[in-house]
Design a protein. Sequence first.
Length: 236
Amino acid sequence: MSQRILSAYDWFLIIGVIASNVIYSILTGTLDVTGSVAAVSGVLCVVLVAKGSIWNYAFGIVNVSLYAWISYKAALYGDAGLNAFYYVPMQFIGWWQWRKRGAAVSESEADGNGVQVKARRFSWMQRAVLAAGCAIAVVAVGFILKHLGDPQPFKDSTTTVLSVVAQALMALAFMEQWALWIITNIVSVVMWCICVARGEAHAGVMVIMWTFYLLNSINGFRVWLRLSNSSSDKDR
């Protein structure tokens, strides 16, 4: 089956996040348009990332812009700054980088699986350096956010730092991005659950969004492991 066709699991994620937002709206008696659009566009984005499709960036720009505003209102300043000043410009940088690495924009450009970006991977030594650098940065940023009054400084710093690194690895098409996304998504689910308990606006929808992100990141790790293997074989 062509990689351009969404799998049953992809449709489960897309339909699931839409249905979850509808159910949440019915149960709470509220219609969170901003949160729902952010959640649905975000899931569409990450599903397309996992497929290796360059069109993830079209949905990404919508998601990160809305999420920056939602995070700012919830006083999660690390996430707000991350999305507004890093994720937004990285959508354009990522598009450019993926074009360079073979991701097609139109059907006429695609040749077989050429619609997909050519994935690559780190060596074990590079992974060790990456892990150590991330750990040091998480602690340092956590103390900064604590000083600034962030209510969840070290959770916020974990999602902020790992997301910065993972987004860069995503733009450069490295498979290791998915390990960082998995950790980021787990911490984000916990962080927004705490926001739900505090009564923050949009928090319930954000829990739904990050839960589906987590499910997709696990699938993305599996898919990109295969993509990076295929690219390595072709480069030999």
